[in-house]
Design a protein around this ligand. Structure first.
Ligand code: ADP
Length: 293
């Protein structure tokens, strides 16, 4: 019998990213004409939800979008990825957006309007508590208000649901008010700020995973530290590699896969081979084929 797909709940952000191509980054007071604009679905929460769904998870997303057209389009998009959206809330605030100016040298400048992502409340999380308790794994990032993220983690842990936190974008608020999770997935820069000595107690987790781009990924538990090399690739765009790694890891670890980091490394490396965040996220078939090379 095929193994049932693991139930994964993501509490996190949904943004619409507008990328504007400009000759240079505008100076204060300057008006520029962009040569193109690309509009894509993004936000770390939704990116990781899509990564987990394509990797084979049965994914539900809890988050907040506006009553605007972007909100409706985002919900349709998640449906097309097979993601359950019954936990999505609509708010009077606009759907979160990011405005990204990229110049001809690849330099960028980003303005994020959190919008509806910051309108989600503790009451909203309490209303979705049964969805969280019914999952095998809860996946969190830091683009929603910290008290909401922390409460979701508490509900899950009290019900024996595994919690993975990707504390990104890292904030002073999180560093001052850390909370316990099962697995913490960080990149090298985040690791240096959270726990320079790579200490589980300091990181408040049982399993610490440190991604290091093309370099080996560190997997640290009380019993052992392992270094797992990602496959060698020639990246064209590393945007979204970390989110892809995290979503794929969530699926592999909740399936009891022997080496979930190996699977996640293959997914992360594949995500660097196509431009954009969500368009570059590989399917399970692609990950398996790549991981077994
Ligand atoms: P972030 O984008 O969050 O800073 P990393 O750069 O550490 O995260 O990348 C996350 C994961 O994506 C890596 O652990 C690896 O699996 C994969 N990855 C990223 N860049 C490369 C690369 N150049 N070659 C192979 N794998 C990569």
């Amino acid at each position: 019998m095929p193994t049932p797909r693991p139930k994964i709940v993501v509490v996190g952000s949904l943004n619409v990213d507008h990328t504007l191509r400009v000759p240079h980054i505008p100076a204060p007071g300057e008006t520029l004409t962009s040569s193109s604009m690309l509009t894509c679905f993004g936000g770390k929460g939704a990116n990781q939800a899509v990564a987990a769904a394509r990797a084979g998870g049965a994914v539900s997303m809890i988050g907040c979008v506006g009553h605007d057209d972007f909100g409706s389009r985002y919900i349709e998009h998640l449906h097309s990825e097979g993601i359950d959206t019954t936990g999505l809330i609509r708010s009077a605030a606009p759907t979160g957006s990011a405005f990204i100016a990229v110049d001809d040298h690849g330099e960028n400048s980003i303005i994020v309007n959190a919008g509806a992502n910051h309108a989600i409340t503790l009451d909203d999380i309490e209303n979705q508590a049964s969805l969280i308790r019914g999952a095998e794994l809860l996946l969190l990032q830091l683009e929603c208000p910290l008290p909401v993220v922390q409460r979701a983690a508490e509900i899950a842990r009290a019900a024996g649901v595994q919690v993975i936190l990707n504390p990104s974008p890292l904030s002073a608020e999180y560093l001052a008010a850390r909370f316990a999770v099962d697995t913490l997935i960080v990149n090298e820069g985040e690791a240096a700020q959270i726990t320079p000595g790579q200490n589980l107690r300091e990181a408040m987790c049982r399993h610490l995973i440190i991604t290091r781009g093309a370099d080996t990924t560190l997997s640290i538990t009380a019993d052992r530290t392992e270094e797992i090399a990602p496959p060698q690739v020639t990246p064209i765009d590393t945007v979204g590699a970390g989110d892809t790694f995290t979503g794929a890891f969530a699926v592999a670890s909740s399936e009891g896969c022997e080496n979930p980091v190996h699977f996640a490394n293959a997914a992360g490396a594949l995500a660097t081979l196509k431009p954009g965040a969500q368009p570059a996220i590989p399917t399970r078939q692609e990950i398996e084929a790549f991981a077994s090379r």
